[in-house]
Design a protein. Structure first.
Length: 257
């Protein structure tokens, strides 16, 4: 992605900001301050980090160990796989804490006799929104290792990491979270009801946190075919994995831990 040919400096330390097309929130690579490009000023949302624990010196052994685990994998995968590429990325996440309350009316008709139903579906969420518009990272399925969360500091990044700024600001992330949480409530209700005649949802947005998490994006080859693997950069656990079936094609999208 080409960098914008506009010189911008950090409002805190004065250092040059590395800005790429599409960035909305840029983190200074010198002092760690966040800058909202829309207004060119410091961004005050709480910024945390899950520091990467697996660096360039240890990722190969972590990958090899993963290849040898799990009954779904071919027995010879750890011996025959070839590493094609690996890249450590820091990904921006917004975590929106909200209580979502939906009042509903509908009917159950599957028994042959319509039975009206009404009530309230209320749940609290810590909803994750990835701050990148195009990524293979499975945000909904990702379990944030919160025990490793710390306040953000540039010094906690490891050498060679690709740091990604957010392509959206807080208000857009909250709007996306609202839409997805509402769709989730509709999905839950439509599983229980055959018809849904009333659906009114209200949101209590309590808090939003800006968080950078680390992930290794890996491509490997086995029996002439390419497969993708994403490992958590802090724990080494698989986030998403394509697993070759024994002696056959792709057994994709499974977690192979």
């Amino acid at each position: 992605m080409p960098e914008i040919l506009q010189k911008l400096n950090c409002p805190d330390c004065g250092g040059p900001l590395k800005v790429q097309a599409g960035d909305a929130i840029v983190t200074c690579g010198y002092c760690g301050s966040d800058v909202n490009l829309a207004v060119g000023s410091k961004y005050f949302l709480k910024h945390s980090i899950i520091p990467p624990r697996i660096g360039q010196d240890s990722i190969d052994s972590v990958i090899k160990a993963w290849m040898g685990r799990g009954f779904l994998k071919p027995d010879d995968l750890a011996r025959k796989y070839k590493l094609v590429s690996r890249e450590l990325q820091m990904l921006p996440l917004f975590i929106v804490n909200a209580t979502v309350r939906t009042e509903y009316e509908g009917e159950i008709t599957r028994t042959g006799q319509p039975a009206p139903r009404s009530g309230v579906l209320e749940k609290e969420y810590y909803w994750k929104v990835l701050g990148r518009r195009a990524s293979a990272f499975p945000t909904r399925e990702y379990q944030v290792p919160l025990a490793a969360k710390e306040d953000f500091e540039i010094s906690k990044l490891v050498p060679g990491i690709k740091f990604l700024n957010s392509e959206m600001a807080e208000d857009e992330a909250i709007n996306i979270a609202r839409q997805e949480m509402e769709a989730h409530h509709r999905f839950l209700l439509e599983k229980e009801l055959d018809t849904l005649s009333r659906f009114e949802t209200k949101f209590d947005i309590r808090n939003t946190e800006f968080l950078h998490v680390s992930a290794w994006f890996i491509t490997y080859q086995y029996n002439g075919k390419l497969y993708n693997l994403i490992l958590d950069g802090a724990t080494g656990d698989d986030v998403k994995a394509d697993i070759p079936q024994k002696g056959k094609g792709l057994f994709g999208g499974l977690l192979g831990g």
